[in-house]
Design a protein around this ligand. Structure first.
Ligand SMILES: Nc1nc2c(ncn2[C@@H]2O[C@H](COP(=O)(O)OP(=O)(O)OP(=O)(O)O)[C@@H](O)[C@H]2O)c(=O)[nH]1
Ligand SMILES: [Zn+2]
Length: 348
């Protein structure tokens, strides 16, 4: 049993959080698909399509408390009919969220419990440091480890220079120059693919995400093996699932919307991690409340003038900081609304 569960991403964290439910007869299950309130989940003995209980529905204060792809849930399972209901959500280890539109600040949680995001860039035309910064921030805000894959090094003349450029902005992130089609540098990725691990792949169209996933799945087969507790359900050649497992036991979540990175976060810490150089520079500004615009003694402006800091990096930081502030305001408004709703409930 443990074998199958580990190949679904189960680990000590979830085992710990499931303990209170052990005596209930409920089972842990992982959400592989969400479609308007209908959840496809897998458990150690199979798969079923379920809804949440009425109590779950009532207790939820926002849609972010509802299960999303990758979530572990507490499932009441009717084995004879393979039907059931979701009673609870096990505390998430991590999550990836994006902004649906800048104007209305709508958040969407795309995937939960992701350990590593492989950020894939194509070195032929897709190398964009600013976009990588956004992807990094998204990962840090969601407690996910980012890894940068610079693909197509076979058609790039200045790999070292680009690696150096990225090391500058992301000194703590592992960067792998690779070529999927030429089989260069791919063995090193095995570190991220062991059992109990869940990964996501980010990147623009054409950078080689599908090629990479196919390679990881095993080249001769070129098949996508859906996550199933047993092989008796057979293998499928089309990838209509949003989650599947590699032979090594790692789980890949591949949701179209997750591939192209947007961002939604109300977490300034994620931003501070990605832009620690700017935060450090700002400490040296003459005024504590320096807006880094036209103030005298601005260390940021000086660094840009000296060529020490790229103006576009600062702009990107400014944009994201604004998004974070807007998101925080929205969250505050929502919290106030919920508080009022909560009071209303108690009075009844
Ligand atoms: N030269 C070169 N081409 C590559 C490499 N890896 C992938 N490609 C090619 O890049 C093209 C796009 O690859 P895909 O894997 O379809 O890219 P994708 O990121 O999945 O694209 P979408 O499905 O549109 O999101 C294909 O023609 C691949 O053969 C590489 O290492 N070097
Ligand atoms: Zn300043």
């Amino acid at each position: 049993m443990m074998h199958a569960m580990e190949h679904m991403g189960w680990n000590q964290h979830f085992a710990e959080h499931f303990k209170p439910f052990e005596t209930t007869g409920y089972v842990p299950a992982r959400v592989t698909r969400v479609d308007r309130g209908i959840f496809t989940v897998i458990h150690k003995d199979g798969e079923c399509v379920v809804k949440v209980t009425g109590k779950f529905q009532f207790d939820a204060t926002s849609k972010f408390e509802f299960p999303t792809v990758g979530d572990w849930v507490v499932l009441e399972l009717e084995t004879s009919t393979q039907s059931g209901r979701i009673h609870a959500l096990l505390t998430r280890q991590s999550s990836l969220s994006r902004m649906l539109s800048k104007d209305d600040n709508q958040q969407q949680t795309l995937a939960a419990n992701v350990d590593t995001v492989l950020i894939v860039c194509g070195m032929d035309f897709d190398f964009n440091v600013r976009r990588i910064e956004r992807a990094l921030t998204l990962c840090y805000s969601g407690n996910v480890t980012p890894v940068i894959l610079l693909n197509k090094i076979d058609v790039c003349d200045d790999v070292d220079q680009k690696v150096a450029q990225l090391q500058d902005i992301a000194p703590d992130v592992a960067i792998y120059p690779i070529s999927v089609t030429q089989h260069i540098g791919l063995d090193a990725l095995q570190t991220y693919l062991s059992a109990s691990q869940t990964i996501c792949v980010f990147g623009s169209s054409g950078v080689g995400k599908s090629s990479l996933i196919n390679h990881l799945l095993g080249e001769e087969k070129m098949l996508v093996k859906e996550i199933r507790a047993s092989d008796s359900h057979g293998r499928h050649t089309t990838r209509h699932r949003e989650m599947f497992s590699l032979p090594q036991g790692c789980v890949i979540i591949d949701i179209p919307g997750v591939r192209e990175v947007g961002m939604w976060t109300d977490d300034e810490d994620g931003l501070q991690t990605s832009f620690s150089d700017i935060e450090a520079l700002a400490q040296n500004c003459k005024f504590n409340d320096c807006k880094h615009a036209h103030e005298p003694g601005c260390a940021i402006k000086a660094a840009i003038d000296d060529g020490e800091l790229e103006a576009s990096r600062m702009e990107n930081y400014r944009d994201m900081l604004l998004e974070v502030k807007q998101a925080q305001e929205k969250k505050d408004r929502l919290a106030k609304k919920l508080e009022r709703k909560g009071k209303g409930r108690k009075r009844r």
